[in-house]
Design a protein around this ligand. Structure first.
Ligand SMILES: *Cc1c(COP(=O)(O)O)cnc(C)c1O
Length: 497
């Protein structure tokens, strides 16, 4: 097997090993780590079709994390994709009206971030061991809701780690807040800050770049790391489920091995769809990558015009995990279509920082033919939830709905009827209020989200996921609040330094 090293998207510094890239998260020059080349799958689709999720995941990840031993990687995989998931298949494919919903929400926090965040802690502690790091890893995360809980659940009680999560007080849903403040685990810390998400994010960045604090941490046997979506240790595990989905379609006789499929992804930070692009480059027969945005449609405009421009109003939508104006992972695609030219990529990223925009040239734009971008309004998303429920009984969440709307637009635009996998990124129980309001506005009168949960279970004939039943009566274990200016102090307090 060929060794894969990782280099930064922003400079020509020495490439590093996978375990080092996982520990660092972000390159020192501010760039993202990318594999020097994309490996090809070494097993046939027929063989993959006979494998379990864990086995497929191993076949994919071993090609990227080449400095992990077989035993190390299999341990990480088996610790991550186990009975924490409420289905043995881990990522089931559900056929609804000829489309295939790839349900990525069967993990602990019922959103797709579990697919990566249940394995990242194991990849990180294994990487620390491999690199002789004795310090305890302290994960710092700012969250607008989903990432925080998925990271807490992933790192809770993982030896050699601590995790501190900041969320904006009053800026997350009732269920999201409840999920976080009831988090168990002696190594978990949750803080509501008196500010918005951007302030939480900037506060975390400031703590990360504080050299004096880093020194104090090191003296006390700690070092920071990040669990955010640009870590290569989050991206690679996501490639696995696209390979898995294709192999299931073959296994179930829905397609023949070699037939093309399309993949449609509700997109925010561009991590999930980039993983599908990686899968395509590894040899999975994927034709179009359909990039679905909500009303924050920076990506739709980018694919249409070749200009990425974040200078626009930020819209709070019913798909909050996609309310993003800077899609960080897009940088990895830009780097690739710039011919892996770090200097060219950096000039565009500099322009994004200084002016909020950049433009790609025609030669780069030509390489985006695999992608189709479009967007869905909140009304269109609500409508597709209602229609699909009434016609089929299937209830989808508000993020998945964005992808479902864009899929309809794609078929209308192109007439292309290639079998399509839609990434289903959250359980409807995670966004119960918006889902129920879409089905019938009368639910708007119900005050308590948990009452709506019961109603959803009834009308959808669904079992309430344990992620919800567990938090319902769970004890509140975290009640920390702080000012934005007090974030560093509270970190020190938690670590006793
Ligand atoms: C994070 C998230 C997304 C967006 O995924 P990206 O990888 O950031 O594009 C979509 N849906 C849900 C439910 C999410 O939590």
């Amino acid at each position: 097997m060929e060794e894969i090293l990782y280099k930064s998207t922003r400079s020509n510094s020495e490439p590093i090993k996978a375990s080092e890239a996982i520990l660092k998260g972000l390159a020192d020059d501010g760039g993202l780590f990318v594999p020097e080349k994309l490996p090809k799958l070494e097993v046939s689709i027929e063989e993959l079709a006979k494998m379990t999720y864990q086995e497929v995941a191993y076949e994919v990840m071993k090609l990227f994390f080449t400095d992990f031993t077989e035993e190390e990687l299999k341990n990480c995989i088996n610790n991550a994709y186990d009975s924490k998931f409420d289905t043995e298949e881990i990522a089931p494919l559900v056929e609804v009206e000829g489309k295939y919903f790839l349900e990525l929400f069967h993990g602990k926090t019922i959103a797709f971030k579990d697919m990566a965040l249940s394995i990242l802690p194991h990849l990180m502690t294994t990487s620390a061991k491999k690199n002789n790091i004795k310090n305890e890893i302290v994960i710092l995360t700012a969250t607008s809701g989903d990432t925080g809980k998925a990271a807490l659940a992933g790192f809770a009680d993982v030896p050699g780690t601590k995790i501190i999560v900041f969320y904006p007080d009053g800026g997350v849903s009732q269920i999201q807040e409840r999920q976080m403040v009831t988090q168990k685990g002696d190594n978990t810390f949750v803080v509501a800050i008196k500010g918005n998400f951007d302030q939480a994010q900037s506060g975390v960045k400031a703590i990360f770049s504080n050299k004096e604090l880093a020194k104090l941490m090191d003296e006390n046997g700690y070092q920071f790391s990040s669990a955010n979506s640009i870590n290569i240790g989050r991206l690679v595990p996501q490639v696995a489920y696209y390979v898995f989905a294709y192999s299931r379609l073959v296994k179930e006789g829905k397609i023949a091995s070699g037939d093309l499929i399309n993949v449609d992804v509700p997109t925010g930070n561009f991590g999930n769809i980039l993983a599908a692009f990686f899968a395509k480059n590894m040899g999975v027969p994927i034709a179009k990558l359909i990039c679905a945005s909500n009303e924050n449609k920076v990506l739709y405009d980018f694919f249409r015009t070749g200009t990425y421009d974040k200078n626009r109003e930020f819209i709070l939508t019913t798909s909050p995990s996609m309310d993003i104006l800077i899609s960080s992972n897009l940088e990895r695609l830009i780097f690739k279509i710039a011919g892996s030219d770090a200097i060219k990529n950096k000039s565009m990223m500099d322009s994004l920082i200084s002016t909020g925009a950049y433009k790609i040239d025609d030669k780069m734009k030509e390489q985006l033919d695999d992608f189709y971008g479009n967007y869905a309004t909140q009304d269109e998303s609500a409508d597709v939830i209602k229609r699909t429920y009434e016609e089929t009984g299937y209830v989808m969440d508000t993020h998945t709905a964005v992808a479902a709307v864009v899929y309809e637009k794609y078929v209308k635009d192109t007439g292309d009827n290639t079998p399509t996998v839609i990434a289903s990124t959250a359980s409807p129980f995670k966004f119960t209020r918006s889902v129920m309001n879409s089905i019938d506005p009368k639910y708007g009168k119900v005050d308590d989200d948990f009452e709506l949960v019961d109603e959803l279970a009834k009308i959808g004939n669904l079992e309430i996921p344990s992620a919800i039943t567990e938090i319902r009566d769970a004890e509140i274990l975290h009640n920390n609040k702080c000012e934005v200016a007090g974030m560093e102090d509270i970190v020190k307090k938690f670590l006793n330094i």
